[in-house]
Design a protein around this ligand. Sequence first.
Ligand code: GLN
Length: 273
Amino acid sequence: MPGPESLASPRFADLVPMLRAAGCVFAEDEAQLLLSEASSPAELFEWVERRVAGAPLECIVGWAEFCGLRIAVDPGVFVPRRRTELLVSEAAALMLEHIAPASSSAAVVDLCCGSGAVGVALASRVSLRELHSADIDSIAVECARRNVATVGGHVHRSDLYSALPARLKQRVQLIVVNAPYVPTRVLPTMPPEARIHEPPLSLDGGADGLNLHRRIIREAPEWLDPNGYLVIETSERQAAGTASLVAAAGLAPRIVHSEELDGTIVVGGPRGQ
Ligand code: GLN
């Protein structure tokens, strides 16, 4: 098979076998996207080389599709996953059914925001008074600034809640979180896109995967409005663990799973509702 540099201008039929040989399962879709997004044959060569070397497609073209939106994704930033659309749809449903009817506008916090995808997608579906997105990683924060600006939100470089404005204490109607939850020993089994090209900081949840969940959930009541909700992504195997942390923090846990999206979340709501 010819290498990319030996082709004058790669065509669809050239790209598909190269991508397939490199292990890309959706080689046709990827070839189509690379062809339509590259601005020159030189750029296309470079992109195919990076993709064949395992870089995530989204970081190469510079955006990921998430909830029907284009979210900018820089190299070194966690790529938004389809499964996390469950977090957004559940959060949007809570806003419409419980939060918006009770208060005319809502303050929402998106913790461990990465590219900012979750907050941006939520803000594009329901109206928020304030969106505060936070991440500890400066590369993620830079990327999130670009995305979150499109919906008028704020981005904080913050170790969880630490840099959020203190005036938000007890005032947040909704906390949405996709924090790292992969158990450390499972990281080496992740696909190369994640294992090599995403920062371990965005995936590694410690020995049982719940280190970040412990801190986030324990501190949530300090920030949540008494009628507010926490919505946090987890895995199917870890859902019971995440739910028991939610219960221990005094919130009523509910596990939601989607077979279709292969996604699992835990909702923590006010008790007695
Ligand atoms: N299993 C998740 C994924 O790769 C990990 C996400 C996370 O740690 N937040 O989609």
